[in-house]
Write a protein that binds this ligand. Structure first.
Ligand code: FES
Length: 139
């Protein structure tokens, strides 16, 4: 074996190992960092006949979830803690989206990031209205 052959074999082997290690580590990072964040097994009921959810455009934070009432009277709910640094989100009925007062991140009603600096989505929760009782579940 010549010196050149030896270096080619060692170099190729090291590059191959590096590629495998990097591919495994990169795959792990992307799958864990892209998972939506928020409380799990949410299940609570709110009376919407009074308080901030009694009017279109209002919102309420409870049990780590922010519930917004859109301008059509429908309800949307996502995790309340901003995935950037944890500030509590606000809801705009006019824009029908959630925003963070700290650094300006914005999330749509499905919890997807529509403006950074946040890069991770919020969990979305199910809402079900029965009379004036709004039940929030999921996560
Ligand atoms: S904490 Fe929400 S954008 Fe920074």
């Amino acid at each position: 074996m010549t010196r050149k052959d030896f270096l080619e074999q060692v170099g190729g082997g090291a590059a191959g190992l590096f590629f495998v290690a990097c591919a495994a580590s990169c795959k792990k990072k992307s799958s864990s960092s892209s998972a939506a964040q928020g409380p799990s097994n949410v299940n609570f009921t709110v009376d919407v006949s009074s308080g901030p959810l009694s009017a279109n455009g209002g919102y309420l934070v409870q049990a780590g979830v922010i519930i917004g009432r859109n301008m059509s009277g429908g309800f949307v709910a996502i995790a309340a803690a901003c995935t950037h640094q944890g500030s509590t989100l606000q809801y705009s009925g006019a824009a029908n989206k959630f925003s963070c007062p700290s650094h300006g991140a914005q999330f749509d009603t499905s919890g997807n990031v529509v403006q950074g600096p946040a890069t991770v989505a919020e969990k979305k929760y199910n809402t079900s209205l029965s009379g004036t009782n709004l039940t929030v579940t999921g996560g």
